[in-house]
Write a protein that binds this ligand. Structure first.
Ligand SMILES: [Zn+2]
Length: 255
């Protein structure tokens, strides 16, 4: 779902600390995704960048202690994190007190849910749906990919130019990162990323023992709600019909 803004300060700090390093010729094939990813920053680098954004978020937004929400999240999240291939102790999940119908993932396994989205979920399987989706964004370094794409765009370069490993272009990218521009990690995810997150998210929930058909139910609920005032993040999301059709295809492969 949505992402969170990373400040220019964070980027400059990352460069100064050496935590942001340009990976030359950053176009790598990802077997699991079945496509190439343009990446100038690794998952670890993105995680470091996101650390202060996450700290800021937790200071700026109210975290709920209401057991009605916290108990549900604590029940579901570790199972999904494990199914996604991680140790739950390495991740952090928080529920923020807000009516927003949304959830988000920051690099490094920091997941935020709003009470508003939990309020429309009928069961743990639906929580697992969104948790799986967010875990997939983290696993495939979608933030790093967006970050790399926006860096490239800001530098006015093409993938081909960067792939030459010509030091001139590498320097140019470093320069842009140093300026900070508005490169948040944090543009909304693309439709392609959203569909990938759905696709792998449903596998994680299935692996964790949840009912993947509830993913379809959940997105149908979201779709029905949208006929009123659409939540802002939905504008960058795939159409409901596309998303639900893809989920059904994935679920058929699981069963
Ligand atoms: Zn998403």
């Amino acid at each position: 779902m949505q992402t969170v803004t990373m400040s220019r300060r964070d980027i400059i700090r990352g460069l100064a600390a050496g935590s942001i390093v340009i990976i030359p010729a950053g176009c790598a094939y990802n077997e699991e995704l079945g496509r190439s990813q343009l990446l100038f920053v690794s998952q670890g680098q993105m995680a470091q960048l996101a650390a202060s954004a996450w700290t800021d978020l937790k200071q700026q937004q109210r975290i709920t202690n209401n057991p009605k929400y916290v108990n549900r999240m604590n029940r579901v999240a570790p199972r999904i994190i494990q199914a996604a291939g991680h140790n739950p102790a390495d991740w952090e999940v928080q529920v923020f007190d807000s009516e927003q119908i949304n959830a988000f993932a920051l690099p490094g396994g920091r997941i935020g849910f709003y009470t508003g989205i939990l309020d429309i979920m009928d069961n743990d399987d639906q929580i697992a749906t969104v948790m799986g989706h967010e875990a997939a964004h983290v696993n495939f370094n979608h933030s790093g990919e967006r970050y790399s794409q926006s860096t490239l765009a800001a530098a006015g370069l093409t993938v081909a130019q960067v792939a030459t490993s010509d030091s001139r272009y590498q320097r140019e990218i470093v320069g842009i990162l140093g300026m900070g521009a508005t490169l948040g990690v944090i543009l909304p995810f693309s439709r392609k990323h959203e569909l990938e997150a759905d696709r792998f998210g449903v596998r994680y929930m299935h692996r964790a023992g949840y009912n993947p058909n509830q993913a379809v139910r959940f997105w149908e609920t979201m779709s029905a709600m949208k006929s009123g005032a659409p939540p802002a993040y939905l504008s960058t999301h795939p159409s409901d019909a596309t998303r639900i059709a893809q989920l059904k295809r994935e679920i058929a492969l699981l069963n």
